[in-house]
Ligand binder design. Structure first.
Ligand SMILES: [Zn+2]
Length: 141
């Protein structure tokens, strides 16, 4: 039982192995970030989890500026705003395909070999972009 929805909690959005290793503080401190995370979960991740039918683990959720630099994230990463989560999956194509078929309001989906980056904008239109990391070699959605 999570603190946001049935299967997701704020704690897993803040958890980071890199942050722990480097002693980086990675705690959600603003209402805006908290609302963004909540909206991403309620609109995209929980409906996806329900349809997927199995646990989905978050590799990287919210990132403080310091953590984003440490993991080599782009400077304007949506992870900084709490608008993105990297969801671990052994079959990224199947997960992305499902999100597509469910017509979920994602802003961007980026397929990587071992996870899918999902984002959702708190305000404004969702761009509905599907992108492929250069290391991804699987099927195209
Ligand atoms: Zn990401």
């Amino acid at each position: 039982m999570g603190t946001i929805s049935e299967n997701f909690s704020y704690r897993e959005f803040e958890a980071s192995e890199t942050a722990r290793r480097h002693g980086i503080m990675n705690v959600i401190t603003t209402v805006q970030v908290r609302d963004s995370v909540k909206s991403l979960v309620e609109e995209v991740l929980q409906p996806l989890r329900d349809a997927w039918g199995k646990p989905l683990a978050i590799n990287s959720g919210y990132r403080s500026q310091e953590l984003n630099r440490a993991v080599g994230g782009v400077p304007d990463s949506q992870h900084l705003k709490g608008e993105a989560a990297d969801v671990a999956c052994s079959d990224p194509y199947a997960l992305a395909r499902l999100a597509c078929d469910l017509n979920l309001p994602y802003d961007q989906m980026i397929l990587y070999p071992t996870f899918v980056h999902f984002s959702h904008r708190l305000a404004g239109e969702q761009r509905r972009q599907i992108l492929y990391n250069r290391t991804y070699q699987g099927k195209r959605v």
